[in-house]
Design a protein around this ligand. Structure first.
Ligand code: GLU
Length: 299
């Protein structure tokens, strides 16, 4: 039955989520995201969930997590409990990772950040232009992907630290059809073709964290029944990776709304270290929640 011909009682309620990482204080950009998710859920009779994206246990702290609850509470937002904390679900991400490994679509990556940088630097010093992803980061070198199986097994057996990376070319071949997503945000809209190849062999789990942003986000969006992903335009192109992983892991696809970014005085995206736009700093200076709505252009 088409969604619009369904009796309203049978229609699935939309589910939205705000998914901050507690690795710094929330700023105006987060406020815009949180307000939009909350307001869309309210206006469409849906659910508003909060997810704490704390897989990076070296940078995320309980105090910063508490500050998220305090800031959102101050803004007058209310979310459904329990809150999903990614650090409590590493086993679920591992199941997804194992599925990709078993399908031959992931490989152990042994290069450290420094080694990767050195390979790129040497190549570019020789006059070459190393390919970069849409965020400007160099693509991961092919050395680990091309490593002979016996060498790979020996390195794993030796206990050498490693990440797991997606073999992008193989993954795209395994999907076999072009992928798209439905976009209703502030940038390009409509049916967008996903171009995951631009990202190269993305990381699925890190040597210092048992998952990655990309893997956890698709697993969680599916497990939480998220129907609408509303987040900043800085994640527009990464959606291609999410669509690919959703397809490979048989996960449902939400619709997407990538909203405009709040820029700092220098015209750049706000960063978590920018005190002047931090929500708790604005609160301490006497701002009211309505001032925050006005500052992010919602009033
Ligand atoms: N945790 C991400 C961030 O704080 C957001 C991820 C998402 O909404 O998909 O930027």
């Amino acid at each position: 039955m088409a969604e619009e011909t369904m009796p309203s009682s049978l229609r699935q309620k939309p589910v939205y989520r705000f998914a901050p990482s507690p690795n710094g204080p929330l700023h105006l950009g987060h406020a815009l995201s949180a307000f939009l998710n909350h307001d869309m859920a309210r206006d469409n009779g849906g659910h508003f969930l909060l997810r704490i994206e704390d897989i990076d246990q070296t940078r995320c702290t309980p105090a910063l997590e508490q500050a998220i609850y305090d800031d959102l509470g101050w803004l007058g937002l209310d979310w459904e409990r329990p809150v999903r904390r990614q650090s409590e679900h590493f086993d679920e991400y591992r199941v997804a990772l194992d599925r990709l490994i078993d399908a031959g679509l992931a490989y152990p990556a042994f290069l450290s950040r420094g080694e990767t940088k050195a390979i790129v630097r040497i190549f570019e010093a020789g006059g070459g232009v190393w390919p970069r992803d849409p965020d400007g980061a160099p693509l991961y070198p092919a050395v680990d992907r091309q490593r002979p199986e016996a060498e790979r097994a020996a390195l794993l057996a030796s206990g050498r630290q490693h990440a797991w990376r997606l073999d992008m070319e193989k993954a795209i071949r395994a999907v076999g059809v072009p992928l798209f997503w439905q976009e209703g945000g502030d940038g390009e809209r409509g049916r967008i073709e996903a171009l995951p190849a631009l990202w190269g062999d993305v990381v699925l789990s890190r040597s210092d964290a048992p998952s990655s942003y990309h893997l956890s986000v698709v697993v969680d969006d599916a497990l939480q029944g998220i129907t609408h992903v509303v987040r900043g335009l800085d994640l527009f192109h990464a959606t291609a990776i999410h669509r690919l992983l959703q397809h490979l892991l048989d996960l449902p696809q939400p619709v997407y709304h990538h909203h405009r970014l709040i820029l700092g005085a220098d015209g750049r995206k706000l960063s978590k270290s920018e005190g002047s736009t931090g929500l708790s700093a604005l609160h301490a200076e006497g701002a009211a929640p309505s001032d925050i709505r006005r500052l992010v252009g919602l009033l």
